[in-house]
Design a protein around this ligand. Sequence first.
Ligand code: HEC
Length: 150
Amino acid sequence: MRHLSLCSSLLLLGITGLAQAADPVVPNKGALVYARPGSCVTCHQANGAGLQGVFPPLAGSEWLNRDSSVLIKIVLHGLQGPIAVRGQNYTTAMPGMATSLKDDEIADVLNFVQTTWGKVGEPVTAAAVAKIRAAEASRTTMWTGKELRP
Ligand code: HEC
């Protein structure tokens, strides 16, 4: 009997475990893309504050209020300064991530960035990323600040 009840408690534990595994708290996919080694976090930092004079902040950046097509372009092909962010000039460069990030990953990470530090507008979709990727397929250089200036 004792043995049996141990068995059933184990079974119960097992079932509870399974139920938990089947119904996990879905982590924010965009936050996970942001935090990957070599991804955005490396330069813009976990709190989005960047590194003064070197990596511009995303937190409070006026660039996040721009049309999301501008942000998609930056992530796909990178950005070469000079640009201004929150009154500070940056002449550094951000490499494009077109080959390391898929369309849905770029959509997820931009939705995470915008809901965390920028305006909350229409969500960026993987389809929107795919469209810009296709339109700019022949591009081999980073965007310049001048090209993307408002
Ligand atoms: C290797 C470092 C690096 C990585 C990785 C990186 N960035 Fe950047 N990012 C920069 C730099 C440097 C600039 C400014 C470039 C310039 O001076 O023109 C910038 C500019 C930007 C800007 C426009 C300016 C601003 O601060 O708002 C956005 C938006 C942005 N990055 C988003 C991202 C996102 C999203 C990711 C991840 C998918 C990412 N970056 C990954 C270095 C990086």
